[in-house]
Design a protein around this ligand. Structure first.
Ligand SMILES: NC(=O)c1ccc[n+]([C@@H]2O[C@H](COP(=O)([O-])OP(=O)(O)OC[C@H]3O[C@@H](n4cnc5c(N)ncnc54)[C@H](O)[C@@H]3O)[C@@H](O)[C@H]2O)c1
Length: 252
């Protein structure tokens, strides 16, 4: 039974691999025997993370994935040639802008969309082009509880996470016939630098955890199990699903 959950031998690409959640996802996949290419635009953070992973199964690529030509080069050189192909894409890179709608600068809106939506599409398109001729592959997009819950001061972020959830369903429809499964993980409140400012305020922290039936933030490591499930044969009939990993926040 447990062998269905294996990711041993998979060739995986994780974007935003040097971030708080990305580091854990890379470590979890490599720990399960996958060969992982961690992609990030932050070269220093990638090199730090490389020391942390200390695994010969992990390689890194510095790339700003909002750049179409750079993504196409990444998938031609580092993925097709370097990794020898791709079985799993994890679209994890993401950014946050906090501002009231009327104070949201268009420039900030656009740059958030370019990472959270455009770049995820560019990477999915490049991965799909490699997966389709082989008739197999898995895409896991990192959406958010913000895809279904409006969170104050985060209009651009909420919009982008709803977009990526729906992109997931579209890809599931379009590429399912080619053996490519597309799913998303929608995390709730995860203890990362993205919300460190909110967690410094005890009143806001209590207000956040009070809404969560499990009454706490999650650690980034708690996303690894759901990813391994979606990536593995255990989820071979799971397609177009948004898996909330949110301590039950979506029901409140
Ligand atoms: N932290 C949370 O509570 C939470 C909750 C729900 C969803 N998420 C989602 O999880 C994902 C990871 O979040 P995190 O908390 O680890 O954030 P993080 O800021 O720690 O990591 C994000 C990483 O993405 C990289 N990145 C950003 N733009 C890039 C680009 N153009 N090209 C390449 N790399 C780029 C950053 O350099 C960073 O290393 C994001 O998509 C986020 O929206 C986070």
């Amino acid at each position: 039974m447990t062998e269905q959950f294996e990711v041993n031998g998979l060739r995986a690409v994780v974007t935003g691999g040097a971030g708080d959640i990305g580091r854990c996802l890379v470590a979890g996949l490599a720990g399960g025997g996958a060969r992982v290419l961690a992609v990030d635009r932050d070269a220093d953070a990638l090199h730090d993370a490389m020391d942390e992973w200390a695994s010969e199964r992990v390689s890194i690529a510095v790339c700003d994935i909002t750049n179409e030509a750079a993504v196409d080069r990444l998938f031609a050189d580092d993925v097709a040639d370097g990794l020898g192909g791709i079985d799993l894409l994890v679209n994890n890179a993401g950014v946050m802008v906090r501002a009231a709608p009327d104070e949201t600068e268009f420039e900030h809106w656009r740059s958030l969309m370019s990472v959270n939506v455009d770049a995820a599409f560019l990477c999915a398109r490049a991965a799909g082009r490699l997966m389709k001729p082989r008739g197999q592959g898995v895409i896991v997009n990192i959406s958010s509880i913000a895809s279904i819950k409006a969170l104050d001061g985060r209009v651009a972020y909420c919009t982008s996470k709803a977009a990526i959830a729906h992109m997931t369903r579209s890809l599931a429809l379009e590429w399912g016939p080619f053996g490519i499964r597309s799913n998303a993980i929608a995390p709730g409140f995860i203890r990362t630098r993205m919300n460190a400012d909110l967690r410094r305020d005890p009143v806001r922290t209590a207000a956040m955890t009070d809404q969560v039936p499990l009454k706490r933030f999650a650690e980034p490591e708690e996303l690894v199990g759901p990813l391994l499930f979606l990536a593995s044969q255990a989820a071979r009939y799971v397609n177009g699903h948004i898996l909330f990993v949110d301590g039950g926040l979506q029901v409140t």
